[in-house]
Design a protein around this ligand. Structure first.
Ligand code: ARG
Length: 462
């Protein structure tokens, strides 16, 4: 059976689409998420059409009221979405016609679905930038709480995941506060650049109607209208920037998640996840699994995947709009949903976890973690060149290791057998507490510096 032609453009069509054509073409299954943005855009457009005398005030009022009715139907779950009407734009307009009658037909004057979808999607992605910012701030606050509590707790710092030098727990937590601050600034940058309105670009060339693009831009909270109508309907770089920022943020999340997985293991015991953020095993009664951390670690897969997918969709598209671009939405929706979930889970998990001060301290003293302090002492106190000091310290590490001991366990006589100038004072720098306390350079790990950083970020976060 042949379907009837689409009521929105049926003039030149005798028959409706094939069922598979309808299936590949329709976006309503996912772009219904843009309903609120679509209606906000249409309300601004209608008000502008009346203000510029393009339609009557009566029609504009009817349209604007009717759109609120449609919105409440959608939000109330009573709206009947139709695949035959393809997308959110035509679903809303068709229902508007049922609600307000003939006036609805005037809404699409001086507009196209091309600028309509561009404005809807910008508004949606802009909201996501704000949501990411809020979620990142909450995560920073959770990290700050951990840093403040353990500003002077010693732990091993690692390079190559080998014990390197002692650091403080607070310092390690604050590293992530800085990383997530840069993520916030990336979302903020993207938001600033995307905050120009495509509305009024119409299909691609602008319009002959005397529209006021500044007015609609302002009504929708944009800084102004986009400068070129072809560009306005055909770029999705704002979505790519969002995905770029989301990808880097997800990389940061995955690194913290990985550390939490390692740290909560029986081999490390650096942290204990609360019951609220742990799962058990159905067969092994002893297990406390860090599933949330593992899932956060994995989210980068789909988020970076979305970034790659949309980049590939956009590559090589001629100006202006092409239907390929309808493939932008599901990728961004999915990436945004999972980023927000991961951020919320990470904030909850970090806020709830307990660092094990004793295990951190015990581990901090292993692996010759104060060898650099010893070498620095030889330079400072005996005036040795750093390379010589490095070599002598290496000999002392080898000596301690051959005895199954750590550096502070060597006797002064043993030390002097390697270099006769070494004195009793050297033992002061071999303790991990002294080691971290001495690292007072700006941005260093000493508790004093960490407390300054915590105070700074408390002020910034407000
Ligand atoms: N559903 C479409 C999209 O998401 C809306 C724009 C359609 N424009 C058109 N000329 N067919 O991209």
């Amino acid at each position: 059976m042949t379907k009837t032609a689409n009521s929105m453009w049926g003039g030149r069509f005798a028959a409706g689409p094939d069922a598979i054509m309808e299936a590949i073409n329709a976006s309503i299954g996912f772009d219904k998420r843009l309903a609120a943005q679509d209606i906000a855009g249409s309300r601004a457009h209608a008000a502008m059409l009346a203000a510029t005398g393009i339609i009557s005030n009566n029609d504009a009022d009817a349209i604007r009221e009717g759109l609120l009715t449609v919105l409440s139907e959608i939000e109330g779950g009573t709206f009947q979405f139709s695949t035959a009407l393809e997308d959110i734009h035509m679903n809303v307009e068709a229902r508007l016609k049922e609600v307000v009658g003939e006036a609805a037909g005037r809404l699409h004057t001086a507009r196209s679905r091309n600028d309509q979808v561009a404005v809807d999607f910008r508004l949606w992605v802009r909201d996501q930038c704000d949501a990411a910012d809020e979620a990142l701030k909450a995560l920073q606050n959770a990290l700050l709480g951990q840093a403040e509590a353990g500003a002077d707790w010693v732990m091993p710092g690692f390079t190559h995941l080998q014990v390197a030098q002692p650091v403080t727990w607070g310092h390690h937590m604050m590293a992530y506060v800085e990383m997530f601050a840069r993520d916030r600034s990336r979302f903020a940058d993207a938001r600033k650049r995307m905050n120009l309105s495509p509305l009024g670009a119409a299909a691609l060339a602008g319009t002959s109607f005397p529209i006021d693009r500044h007015m609609t831009a302002q009504a929708l909270g944009f800084d102004g209208p986009m400068g070129n109508s072809l560009d306005a309907v055909s770029d999705r770089d704002f979505a790519l920037e969002f995905l770029g920022a989301a990808t880097i943020c997800a990389v940061h999340l995955s690194r913290l998640a990985e550390e939490l997985v390692i740290w909560s293991s029986a081999q490390f015991r650096f942290v204990k996840m609360s019951d609220r953020w742990s799962t058990g095993s159905s067969i092994m009664p002893q297990k406390r699994n860090p599933d949330a951390a593992e899932l956060i670690r994995a989210k980068i897969g789909r988020i970076f995947g979305a970034n790659v997918a949309l980049t590939m969709v956009m590559k090589g598209l001629p100006l202006a709009y092409s239907k390929d671009m309808q493939e932008d939405k599901e990728q961004v929706f999915d990436a945004a949903d999972h980023l927000m979930l991961a951020l919320a889970a990470m904030a909850g998990m970090v806020g709830d976890m307990t660092a094990n001060r004793e295990s951190l301290k015990a581990a901090a003293g292993t692996g010759f973690s104060t060898a650099t302090d010893l070498a620095d002492w030889l330079v400072r106190e005996l005036g040795l060149p750093f390379r010589d000091a490095h070599h002598i310290t290496g000999l002392l590490v080898a000596l301690a290791e051959s005895q199954g001991e750590d550096l502070p366990d060597l006797t002064l006589a043993q030390m002097q057998s390697v270099h006769e100038g070494i004195t009793q004072e050297v033992f002061d720098v071999l303790g991990v507490e002294n080691s971290v306390a001495s690292r007072t350079s700006f941005g260093g790990t000493s508790p004093a510096r960490v407390r300054e950083a915590v105070a700074h970020w408390r002020k910034v976060l407000g």
